[in-house]
Design a protein around this ligand. Structure first.
Ligand code: LLP
Length: 432
């Protein structure tokens, strides 16, 4: 198992942020998400320092869908980042955390009237408009509220990124954005002259997630800059911002070879400058929206091992007290993870086992064929790199309560999301 951030092995035991995992499991019970705060901040700084944000005109907006408790909003704000939200709930969270609303990018392919009203009332910086329905609604609501709104168009650039089918978004057959090929973008641009309240100031594209190859990002830069040039000439609309979305891949297992954030930023900046100079246009303000690459490796999950079922010559099933309810990614995308036993980290790996969740679902398997050390019931198992799309995609399936989240840093642990109780699980239900 690869050690991320502040993970350390002392004796035979794993600690994160200077706190022993055994201690965390005892104090907060399991399943437990553990967030290495220093690693989150390090990743934010890598982006901010390498993307010409401070003293420049570019922005890095953290994609909140990856993980967005109130405490995360605070970190993001302190690290000079903007925030991408994708629903009324995420927007509400950001507002509760007093996140500056002018630094919010409001995404979504079907924002409701209520969500749009809320965004306009809160004064979000940019709406990233996905479709004609939304365009009309924003204009109408701005009119009602006597407000003005700056927007981007989300476009579908026609880029095929090599990632899981469900997390590909830039190809033509996609529910997201205005397509280039069918003339939708052209029609949307023509319509802009009819709107009095909304102002188009930029374009956005997000080509997919967990991408390891730089080329699709660089191709997107070229397409976007050409559009800025063409739209300036043909529509007399001068776009000042280009938002390239998120998608930078991370390490989950040995098969993953992620690029360095520094390299990603530098290559994007270089390519933007080169392409714009060839087109004879000024380089727009650039925005990127990393989610996974900020938080994935900073998060881990602790579980307690329960039943161990040895089906001779077939498979050993090791069941833990969580599963698809706290990490649906293996079931949904066949995503791979690494694991270890936190108090036997240095022991030799002796068993090949399958780590199963506790849901009534054969597909609730966290890791197939993991190599582990002499695993026994009662052991505390850790899966790493669960920070992104773990807690945020968690569910109450089988009426399993949501797990708690702690942040660790400099030897101190801090609870940032409480464990859901059975009583809280009942909160929305009406008995009579
Ligand atoms: N911007 C937009 C508009 C997005 O749709 C997304 C992710 C991001 C930024 C952030 O992408 P990232 O840097 O995290 O790759 N649940 C899936 C991932 C879905 C990604 C959706 N959009 C998973 O667990 O792999």
């Amino acid at each position: 198992m690869k050690l991320h951030g502040s993970m350390k092995i002392e004796g035979n035991e794993l600690s994160i942020g200077g706190v022993r995992c055994m201690e965390l499991a005892k104090k907060y019970q399991t399943p437990l998400y553990v967030i290495d705060e220093e690693l989150v901040r390090e990743k934010c700084r890598e982006y901010i320092q390498n993307f010409e944000v401070i003293g420049g005109r570019n922005k890095v907006a953290y994609a909140g869908k990856a993980f967005l408790p109130l405490y995360m909003c605070k970190i993001i704000e302190e690290e000079n980042m903007c925030l991408d939200v994708v629903s009324g709930g995420e927007l509400y969270t950001a507002n509760k955390a007093n996140f500056p609303m002018d630094k919010i990018f409001f995404h979504g392919n079907n924002k409701t009237r209520e969500e749009i009203s809320m965004g306009i009332e809160f004064g979000v910086g940019r709406f990233v408009v996905d479709n004609f329905y939304e365009l009309d609604l924003i204009e109408e609501i701005c009119e009602e509220k006597d407000r003005y709104q700056e927007i981007y168009f989300r476009i579908t650039p026609g880029i095929e990124a090599h990632t899981h089918e469900y997390i590909k978004t830039g190809q033509i057959d996609s529910k997201f954005g205005f397509a280039l090929v069918n003339g939708d973008l052209e029609r949307a641009l023509e319509r802009m002259s009819e709107y009095k309240r909304i102002k188009l100031v930029g374009l956005h594209a997000h080509i997919g997630s967990q991408i390891f190859d730089l080329d699709p990002f660089l191709d997107t830069v070229d397409i976007m800059m050409k559009l800025v040039s063409d739209i300036g000439k043909n529509h007399d609309i001068h776009l000042k911002d280009i938002d390239l979305g998120g998608g930078v891949g991370v390490y989950y297992t040995k098969e993953d070879e992620p690029m360095e954030i520094k390299e990603f930023c530098e290559k994007i900046l270089d390519r933007s400058k080169k392409t714009c100079s060839e087109l004879g246009i000024d380089v727009p303000n650039l925005v990127i929206e990393p989610g996974r690459s900020i938080i994935a490796n900073a998060g881990s999950t602790l579980y307690t091992v329960g039943s161990i079922k040895d089906i001779k010559d077939v498979r050993v099933y090791v069941s833990v007290d969580g599963g698809m309810t706290d990490n649906v990614r293996p079931s949904l995308y066949h995503a791979g993870y690494e694991c270890s036993i936190v108090n036997k980290v240095n022991n030799e790996k002796v068993n090949k086992v399958t780590i199963a969740g506790k849901c009534c679902e054969s597909g609730d398997i966290l890791i197939t064929d993991a190599d582990v050390m002499n695993i026994e019931s009662g052991d505390i198992l850790i899966t790493t790199s669960t920070g992104a799309y773990g807690y945020s995609m968690s569910s109450n399936y089988n009426k399993i309560p949501r797990s708690a989240v702690v942040v660790v840093k400099d030897g101190i642990d801090k609870l940032i999301c409480k464990r859901q109780s059975y009583e809280e699980l009942m909160y929305l239900e009406i008995g009579e």
